[in-house]
Structures are given as structure tokens and as C-alpha cells.
Design a protein around this ligand. Structure first.
Ligand SMILES: NC(=O)c1ccc[n+]([C@@H]2O[C@H](COP(=O)([O-])OP(=O)(O)OC[C@H]3O[C@@H](n4cnc5c(N)ncnc54)[C@H](O)[C@@H]3O)[C@@H](O)[C@H]2O)c1
Length: 420
């Protein structure tokens, strides 16, 4: 029996606007999702979601319940309102965590305590111990936790993983990745939370490529050093605007990553991103090269409707786009949508499979499905992606320590330590 899932999204900012809400709306009209609630710190981003013409045009007649109510003055802040909303949900629905990184732990934990499945934007949390705690808690209660590392769902990543699994490339030895987000991020809400003490471009976006290299090769990172360049946001807060990281893997391979909030607003790409990997074979080498910025499509519009109010853009048709379909409005396509849908569909599938089971059988079945997903390693789960939390810990320690190298020890209690 198919059981529709209620979804509560916590956080109404950029990622909710650009990916999460449209994806959830589409899942709603596809019969997977039932009600949609969204909580934010105040009513401003919620009103912006309602006013978003592109979303209204793509999903005619669809709406969500706003917390706080849209009529609340924008000056009223509700940092704890999400707790009430999650506590009021019926058991075993879905909470989507889409707020700044440093809040993920407490919101995911509360969702699990309230017996909810979870989809969390990356990174799950900022500390390995927390990832382990959430993994244990979720498995105990038979609740699915998916982490939205959408690059895993890009066809080129899946293709790379297949060829790597089949031994077509050789052994990964040296790589280079880049993700430079647009300069305009500096004047967004980022200036309120993207401060030196909390995060940096390596942790914010470099983590996608670190996750991806492990996704493709199965190799665990064992050493990290990250150096950054600081700058001021328009509101005067200081943040790392640029960062470069070097990741060493357990087989000795090295990945170099550069990240920043600084791709020119006047540039044609909405950001810059790419991955190159070299592999050693018998008497020859293998290679893969992903140009993740220019994917062969460019548009020039009559009006300034492109990224940052531009007219000429490199278009990425692969991540998230709205396209015509048989139904009303437009539908989201791309690996961003597929990634959100993979976790929500998994939750829907699990709950539909256990509707007729008693409590003991239901719990056993849900746990089995979680372990299967952990082992499959396509959807990121705490179990199959928690090395990312060690990378984040080591990266934060390193950038605040002037770029010194930190090692990751995978003992019985994995930990990081400074390389002396
Ligand atoms: N490529 C990616 O995977 C990707 C891209 C963008 C963002 N993200 C992740 O998404 C998360 C949010 O990023 P964003 O760009 O949307 O940030 P944002 O600053 O645009 O939005 C943050 C939202 O959180 C809400 N919020 C803050 N405190 C709250 C509270 N106590 N209760 C309820 N809501 C609260 C704010 O109202 C705001 O709507 C971050 O963890 C980020 O790393 C991932």
C-alpha cells in the first residue's frame, strides 16, 4: 500500500528556493508527498518563496504552510519554532533540514527523537562523533537519514563509479577539483553565518568533491591541510572568501581542491567547477576529466533574467532545471531533483512496505532497508559518508591553524590529530 509522506522543511533560504521546495512540490503532485510545512527564522524567506514567480508558474495551485505565519512582522524572530512544528508531526514522516550547517546536528537529532525520517542538506554535521550518534539513533529507531550530496547523482559521477568499480581506470593517484561559487553570495544571507569561526569555502563546497572522489574510488581520506584567504562581507563580518585544500588518501593518492565565493558575477557560468583524476595502470595511466561548468549549452536572453541579472549564460542542464512535461506547469529535472527524490522516495517506499506489519516486524524491515542503502552507497547516509565529518573536522582545524596538516586516524574511535 502506498503511504504518502508529510514533509516539514526547516530553513527557507537559497537551497530551499533553488532545489528543495520545487523538488518536494513535484513529489507532492506525483503522489509521494502529502502536506508541506516550512519553518524559517522569520517570515521574510517564506514570503519570498510564495512570491517566487518561477515556482508559482511551475507548480500552479500548490502551496505550503508557513511557520511563522506570513502575516508575522519580519522583525519577529522564531529560532525555536521548528521544535514545535516537528513535535506536532505524526510519526515517521520526513523532516528536511535546510538551514545553516551549525544547526544541522540539533535539528536532525530532534527530528529523530520525534520519530521522523530525515533528509539533510550537506554536510550532515560538523563533528564525526555527532554523525555516529545520529547513525546509531536512526538505526535503533528504524528511521532513514539521507544526506543531500547531489553530485553523487550526476550521471558522470555514476558513470565514473561504474568504470572505476570495473577496473577500467586503474588506481587513483592524483587529482584536482575546483568549485568557485559566485561573488554575489557575499551579499546574501551568507554574510550572517559564513564567518571564519563557523565555516569556509572548502567545508562549504569543497566537501562535494571530496565526497565524490570517495564515491568514485572507495578510498578514505587520511590527511587534510587547508589554507584560506579572509575578506569582509558587506555587513562587516569576516569570512574566508577563498580556500585551498590538499587531501591525501589511504593509498597515498592526493587531491588538490580550490574553492571560493568569488566567481565573477559578470562571468558566463553561474559558478566554476570541475574534476580531473589520474590513475595508475599496468604500463599506462587512466584519466577522467569532468567539466562541470560548461556542459555544452549557452543561452543569451533578451532580458537580464540570467544568473546575477546577466543575459549570456553557460547553462547546466544536468543539475536542476524546470522543463515542460505532460502535466501542468513545469517539472524539475536533473541530479539535484533526483538526489532529493531518492531519499524522499526511499522514505516513502520503506513506509509503504511496512504499513501492514506489526511493530517488531516493521522495525526489523526498516532497519534492513537502511543497512542496504548504507551498503549500496548511492544515497549518502551517515554510515557511508561519515568520513566527510572527519574531513570537515580536520579542515576546520587546519584552516584555523594556518594550513597545518591534520591526519585522520581510523582506529576503533576515529579521530583527527595535528601532524607534528
Ligand atoms: N550544493 C549544496 O549541496 C548546497 C547548496 C547550498 C546550500 N547548501 C546547504 O544548505 C544549508 C542552507 O544553506 P542556504 O544557502 O539555503 O542558506 P540561507 O542562509 O540562504 O538560508 C538559511 C535558512 O535557514 C533559516 N534558519 C536559520 N535559523 C533558523 C531557525 N532557528 N529555525 C528555522 N529556520 C532557520 C533562515 O531563515 C533561512 O531561511 C547549508 O547547510 C548549506 O551548506 C547546500
Amino acid at each position: 500500500m502506498s503511504k504518502k509522506i508529510d514533509v516539514t522543511i526547516v530553513g527557507g533560504g537559497m537551497i530551499t528556493n533553488d532545489l528543495i521546495l520545487p523538488s518536494i512540490y513535484h513529489l507532492q503532485r506525483s503522489g509521494i508527498v502529502s502536506s508541506i510545512d516550512i519553518c524559517a527564522l522569520d517570515s521574510t524567506p517564506l514570503q519570498a518563496l510564495v512570491d517566487n514567480e518561477e515556482i508559482a508558474q511551475a507548480f500552479p495551485g500548490q502551496t505550503f504552510t508557513a511557520h511563522p505565519n506570513l502575516s508575522e512582522p519580519v522583525t519577529n524572530k522564531y529560532p525555536d519554532l521548528y521544535k514545535e512544528v516537528i513535535k506536532a508531526m505524526p510519526s515517521r514522516q520526513a523532516v528536511v533540514v535546510a538551514m545553516p550547517d551549525q544547526f544541522h546536528y540539533e535539528v536532525v537529532k530532534l527530528a529523530l527523537e520525534c520519530n521522523q525520517h530525515v533528509l539533510c542538506v550537506k554536510p550532515l554535521v560538523l563533528h564525526y562523533e555527532q554523525a555516529e550518534e545520529l547513525e546509531t539513533m536512526a538505526l535503533e529507531k528504524g528511521l532513514f537519514v539521507g544526506i543531500e550530496y547531489h553530485k553523487r547523482f550526476d550521471r558522470r559521477s555514476l558513470l565514473a563509479r561504474r568504470h572505476q568499480e570495473l577496473g577500467h581506470f586503474g588506481e587513483f593517484v592524483m587529482g584536482e577539483a575546483k568549485m568557485i561559487e559566485p561573488y554575489l553570495y557575499r551579499s546574501s544571507n551568507f554574510q550572517n553565518w559564513f564567518t571564519c569561526d563557523k565555516t569556509d569555502p572548502f567545508v562549504y563546497v569543497g566537501c562535494h568533491y571530496v565526497d565524490l572522489v570517495q564515491f568514485i574510488t572507495g578510498l578514505r581520506p587520511v590527511g587534510i591541510s587547508v589554507a584560506g584567504v579572509k575578506g569582509k562581507f558587506p555587513n562587516g563580518n569576516e569570512g574566508y572568501m577563498w580556500a585551498t585544500g590538499r587531501v591525501t588518501y589511504e593509498n597515498g593518492a592526493i587531491l588538490s581542491v580550490i574553492d571560493g565565493l568569488g566567481y565573477p558575477d559578470d562571468g558566463a557560468g553561474s559558478n566554476e567547477q570541475c574534476l580531473t583524476m589520474y590513475f595508475e595502470g599496468e604500463g599506462k595511466t587512466g584519466m577522467l576529466k569532468h567539466n562541470d561548468q560548461f556542459r555544452g549549452v549557452s543561452h543569451c536572453y533578451l532580458d537580464n533574467i540570467g544568473c546575477a541579472g546577466s543575459q549570456f549564460n553557460y547553462i547546466n542542464p544536468d543539475f536542476y532545471r524546470l522543463v515542460p512535461w505532460e502535466g501542468d506547469g513545469y517539472k524539475p529535472v536533473g541530479y539535484g531533483y533526483e538526489s532529493v527524490a531518492a531519499t524522499i522516495n526511499m522514505i516513502h517506499r520503506i513506509e509503504s512496505e511496512v504499513t501492514d506489519l506489526d511493530n517488531t516486524a516493521s522495525l526489523a524491515h526498516r532497519r534492513e532497508r537502511i543497512r542496504e542503502a548504507d551498503a549500496k552507497g548511492i544515497i549518502a547516509t551517515p554510515a557511508n559518508s561519515k568520513t566527510n565529518e572527519l574531513v570537515v573536522e580536520a579542515a576546520r582545524a587546519s584552516i584555523l591553524d594556518g594550513g597545518c596538516e591534520y591526519r585522520i586516524n581510523y582506529g576503533t574511535t576515529p579521530s583527527i590529530e595535528k601532524l607534528q
